[in-house]
Ligand binder design. Structure first.
Ligand SMILES: NC(=O)c1ccc[n+]([C@@H]2O[C@H](COP(=O)([O-])OP(=O)(O)OC[C@H]3O[C@@H](n4cnc5c(N)ncnc54)[C@H](O)[C@@H]3O)[C@@H](O)[C@H]2O)c1
Length: 388
């Protein structure tokens, strides 16, 4: 896929003066965060908004018009590219509509809640020759990029094992967000697909997987129906392995990614933000985010909500913290740059055609099957069920 094929056709072809008119589908917590990041960029404008509940405020803020449906927004001649930030269950229809309208797409994570839906989305984007970037924003953390560089240049040796943990404790809530409902969000594993995606970026696609757990401590009207304890093993078929833990039934919150290679190891700590690299007898420390200020603010965020930590959720009334705004700036700058004709970076190739996001959901589907059927599952089983 070339940039020439994916860049929208706007009046000017000069990157200095070209304007990309974005359509925003979903103007809640994160749709607004993305839109505010995009409009900081030269040549970016939010032209049309669709949101069944929150369109008016967003349209006023961005000077945009309102579309009555995602389909109408995608078809609009005033839209060059589409940002999808609706609830997880609703992404599929908007992405397919945008692709069929020939518009490049930035879609929030998880791109969909099944491998089958992901495949339809990836195929629609490929057929239209448009970019389909997933909002897997963890890939834009400075610490994660550092770890990837150390793996790529051989400093860590062969990576044998990764451990990702994203756990906390959820208190009763007066009203239950869609994010806590399995059918709407996918639950912890799908909603927090970031860690699984990064582990697979590092280790390759998992081959055989297991998951145990369930809803062990959060039943009743003040909670959703998602599983609050998920314990995962991934086998990659070449004597390399990963384990992941997710959930909201953990009174001792943790959030980290540990990478163990034959020559060295990297601990990416997202709770006490920072990155520690051990190679040979030497240990170095690095920032997780772009600045010490962003790392310090992340530490404060977590300290201030020690009970729920990394399983805390925004809603349309909240504004993201500085560190999150920072990585959103990085990913929106990258996407917008591609539309203006910037050269793609090989590191992000599978992130901008939907295939990395689909690979993460394939593994999540296999894990879900493992949990419900109490057995080890080959990820190929999920893939073959859609593509026999
Ligand atoms: N990358 C990240 O770190 C990150 C962080 C937060 C949220 N997200 C993702 O962003 C997306 C939105 O989450 P959020 O936190 O903004 O949720 P939210 O509940 O704050 O906002 C969702 C918005 O979508 C609107 N909406 C509902 N149904 C819709 C539909 N069919 N079409 C269009 N809009 C619809 C709602 O009215 C609401 O304004 C989700 O996919 C979520 O996973 C990503």
């Amino acid at each position: 896929m070339t940039n020439a094929a994916t860049a929208p056709s706007t009046a000017s072809t000069d990157p200095q003066t070209r304007e990309i008119r974005y359509g925003l589908v979903g103007a809640g917590y994160f749709g607004l965060a993305l839109a505010r990041a995009f409009v900081q960029l030269p040549g970016a404008r939010i032209a049309v908004v669709h949101d069944p509940e929150h369109a008016d405020a967003a349209a006023t803020e961005f000077g945009a018009t309102i579309a009555a449906s995602a389909e109408e927004l995608c078809q609009s001649d005033d839209v060059d590219a589409v940002i999808v930030a609706s609830p997880n269950w609703a992404h599929h229809a908007s992405v397919v509509a945008a692709a069929r309208a020939g518009k490049p797409i930035f879609c929030e994570k998880p791109i969909a809640l099944s491998y089958r839906d992901c495949t339809e989305m990836v195929d629609a984007a490929a057929e239209a020759g448009v970019l389909f970037m997933a909002g897997h924003v963890m890939n834009f953390m400075a610490g994660v990029r550092l770890a990837k560089r150390l793996i790529a240049d051989g400093s860590l040796g062969r990576v044998l094992f990764c451990r990702a943990v994203r756990t906390g404790w959820e208190e009763p809530k007066p009203s239950v967000s869609w994010k806590k409902k399995r059918e709407l969000s996918g639950g912890h594993l799908y909603h927090h697909i970031h860690e699984l995606d990064v582990v697979q970026f590092i280790m390759g696609a998992a081959q055989t997987v297991t998951m145990v757990g369930g809803n062990v401590a959060h039943r009743g009207e003040e909670f959703g129906d998602e599983d609050d304890m998920l314990l995962i093993t991934l086998e990659f078929g070449n004597d390399t392995f990963a384990t992941l833990e997710y959930g909201s039934a953990f009174r001792w919150p943790e959030h980290h990614l540990l990478i163990q290679g034959t020559l060295g190891a990297v601990m990416i700590d997202l709770k006490n933000p920072g990155v520690t690299v051990r190679i040979g007898g030497t240990e170095t420390t690095h920032l997780l985010h772009r600045t010490a200020e962003e790392d310090a603010q992340r530490a404060e965020t977590y300290a201030g909500s020690a009970a729920d930590g990394a399983i805390r959720y925004g809603d349309p009334s909240t504004v993201p913290p500085l560190w999150l705004t920072g990585i959103v700036e990085e990913e929106t700058t990258y996407f917008h740059g591609l539309l203006l004709g910037n050269e793609p970076e090989p590191e992000f190739a599978a992130l901008t055609d939907g295939t990395a996001a689909r690979a993460a959901i394939a593994t999540a589907d296999a894990l879900s099957l493992s949990l419900t059927e109490g057995r080890k599952v080959d990820v190929a089983e999920v893939v073959l069920a859609t593509n026999p």
